[in-house]
Design a protein around this ligand. Sequence first.
Ligand SMILES: Nc1ncnc2c1ncn2[C@@H]1O[C@H](COP(=O)(O)OP(=O)(O)O)[C@@H](O)[C@H]1O
Ligand SMILES: [Mg+2]
Length: 253
Amino acid sequence: MLLDIRSLSKTYPNGTQALKSVSFTVERGEFVAVIGLSGSGKSTLLRCINRLIEPTSGTILFEGHDVTHIKGEALRRYRQRIGMIFQQFNLIGQASVLKNVLMGALGSVSTIDSILGRFPQSLHEMAMRNLQIVGIADKASVRADSLSGGQQQRVAIARALMQEPQLLLADEPVASLDPATSHSVMRYLGYINRQLGTTIICNLHFLSLVREYATRAIALRNGEIVFDGSPSEITEEWFRHIYGEDAVEVEIR
Ligand SMILES: Nc1ncnc2c1ncn2[C@@H]1O[C@H](COP(=O)(O)OP(=O)(O)O)[C@@H](O)[C@H]1O
Ligand SMILES: [Mg+2]
């Protein structure tokens, strides 16, 4: 088991209960899609897992170790094992694609070397291999902001791969992309999941993408898990349970 989430709750300082006693486990190699309406707690869940925000109560076990309250060097090492991809690709636009990917290896070079932009040859080679994985090695030397949105997200994926992550967390990675480009990015995530064995937890809006790429779907509604199973089991009845009676499948699809 890679991840064991037990009774995880998060109440923000303003009183919003974003997660209410959420429990689930994730095995190595799974591709989990987290679905649910906007505001259902998907981002809060991912941010609790990599400890960007502090859970109010509950436990997070990673490879059997309690990481709920780790700090300092232990937290830094934990985060090093988890890659993160966001809706907005968070690249440095005026830097080259290769430089952006190398930034993903910052945890493994000294501060002075990173300030001077000195990365060992082995990391250069690794960055190029990761750019090949996402099919964009030919763009290594161009400015990141000259790429299309889908290409930029693939650079962000290559950057995350520099950590050789055990777990890749993706928060609506295709939400700002058109449908065709979304499929392209999801296909690379699927390839990484199957070929590199990287476990993926991905917040997704469109059910069609969930059905095509995820091995498992966890649905949140008002901070609670209301479905956990195979994407193929999400019937129309489940759909209404997850998204509410007023939701129209074509809009969520
Ligand atoms: N920093 C915050 N402070 C207060 N409330 C927040 C904060 N971030 C999110 N929320 C609230 O927590 C709930 C869950 O939000 P979020 O995790 O972003 O959901 P989702 O990613 O599914 O849209 C929402 O009601 C949202 O308004
Ligand atoms: Mg969100």
